[in-house]
Design a protein around this ligand. Structure first.
Ligand code: SF4
Ligand code: SF4
Length: 415
């Protein structure tokens, strides 16, 4: 592991109040400082080979990186956590519980397609609604079902053209960008991709969609399976090596963090840029009319803490909405953390309950976020609470504001 980096913690405790698991459990071992001490004990072999107890506290860490943002000493907690999990994966045990099948499904387009078909079939015959209501399944599984969007028959890239021309109202073409379509985003959140493409085109950009791009391996990296993550990253690089574009646009905070953390790049050298950052800098045609609904924003951890992207989503939401309402603890994790919401379901639900209380305190009609895991988790929490709040990606909110304009709807054939 990383002895030098571990020594940077001065044990001040300033990170404790930002840690969701410490806020719920109130125990030192479930705080960032406690976990860093456990990592050091593992590194120094102070536990004499029996790391089981220490790993239980590390397993329950969300990897949300809130502690990293609040640390005055610049401790690279995320890097240390991934290194520890990599050590654990190689030396102690590989994956636990449902981690192995879930990560296998996510890594494979075929398995993910089958899972999506199963979820779609449940939705079509409305069996999902029954399963959500009846307490036959554990609450974390019912919660996942409740949060799912309406699953489309095909992934977005299977039904959309691979090249879209710019469609700016002033007729100006400002460049060409490629979209990193991903795995879950492509299979389940095609509506976010569609909104992303429309907003980019309206602002003067040609958009190219890669054929056969899949997972970036973010969830595999978080679980310590760096070998699988490396293979997936290399596969993605090969796809984008073939595409000439000014930038690669990404609309999933978790994937964006993974690509930044792994210093991923393709042969063309096109930079990877989050859609919020790109649009905040390139909003050539802001919406003419802003939405009137009450809306709040919940910051995805891997956008806010992981990539330091804090202002841009709010700038876009300000351009799209009149009624922005800041909710308490909007920068605290929602408990999704990839597959954590299933593998650590009990803790995830406790964190989600607190999050939904905070969101509902401002009585929004819409909630904006920018990551598929958060999108699903937050929608689940709101639906299970009986709250009529629509969860949308920031770029979907921008698209909805544009849709108030007849010429935008006509251009993109929206009825
Ligand atoms: S990453 Fe999040 S859950 Fe883990 S120690 Fe840091 S603040 Fe706590
Ligand atoms: S991680 Fe940073 S904030 Fe937390 S105890 Fe260590 S030095 Fe202090």
């Amino acid at each position: 592991m990383e002895q030098n980096l571990l020594q940077e913690c001065i044990h001040c405790g300033l990170c404790l109040s930002s840690c969701p698991t410490y806020l719920v459990l109130g125990k030192e071992a479930d705080s960032p400082r406690g976990r860093l001490a456990l990592m050091k004990a593992i590194e120094d072999d102070q536990l004499q080979g029996d790391n089981t107890g220490a790993f239980a506290h590390l397993d329950i860490c969300l990897g949300c990186l809130a502690c990293q943002t609040s640390c005055p000493s610049g401790v690279q907690y995320g890097h240390l956590l991934e290194a520890t999990r990599g050590y654990q994966y190689v030396n102690d045990r590989q994956l636990f519980g449902l981690q192995k099948p879930l990560l296998k499904i996510i890594a494979s387009p075929t398995y993910l397609r089958w899972l999506s078909r199963l979820a779609r079939a449940l939705q079509l015959i409305r069996l999902d609604r029954l399963l959500i209501r009846l307490p036959i399944l554990p609450r974390p599984v019912r919660s996942q079902l409740a949060g799912l969007p309406k699953i489309p028959p095909q992934p977005f890239t299977r039904t959309a053209p691979s090249d879209f021309p710019s469609a700016a109202p002033d007729g100006q073409r400002r460049g060409r960008v490629a979209l990193f379509t991903g795995c879950v985003m492509d299979h389940w959140y095609g509506t976010v991709h569609a909104a992303t493409v429309r907003v980019l085109r309206w602002n003067g950009y040609d958009v190219v969609l890669p054929v056969d791009n899949h997972c970036c391996g973010a969830l595999h990296s978080h679980a310590g399976d760096h070998d699988t993550a490396d293979v997936l990253l290399k596969n993605s690089a090969k796809v984008f090596d073939q595409i000439e574009a000014d930038a690669i646009i990404i609309n999933s905070a978790g994937c964006g963090y993974q690509l930044a953390e792994k210093q991923w790049h393709c042969a063309t050298g096109a930079p990877v840029i989050d859609i919020c950052v790109w649009m905040a800098a390139n909003l050539h045609h802001p919406p003419q009319t802003r939405l009137g609904q009450r809306i709040t924003y919940d910051a995805p951890c891997h956008l806010f803490h992981g990539q330091g992207i804090t202002r841009e989503p709010l700038q876009l939401l300000d351009a799209a909405c009149q009624n922005m309402l800041p909710a308490p603890e909007a920068e605290v994790c929602c408990g999704s953390a990839g597959i954590y919401s299933i593998t650590q379901g009990h803790m995830s639900q406790q964190i989600l309950d607190r999050k939904i209380d905070n969101i509902m305190s401002v009585e929004p009609r819409m909630l904006a976020t920018a990551n598929p895991g958060c999108h699903l988790q937050l929608q689940a929490g709101l639906r299970l609470r009986g709250a009529n709040v629509d969860v949308r990606h920031v770029v979907e909110v921008l698209d909805l504001a544009y849709q108030q304009d007849d010429s935008y709807r006509r251009t993109f054939g929206i009825v």
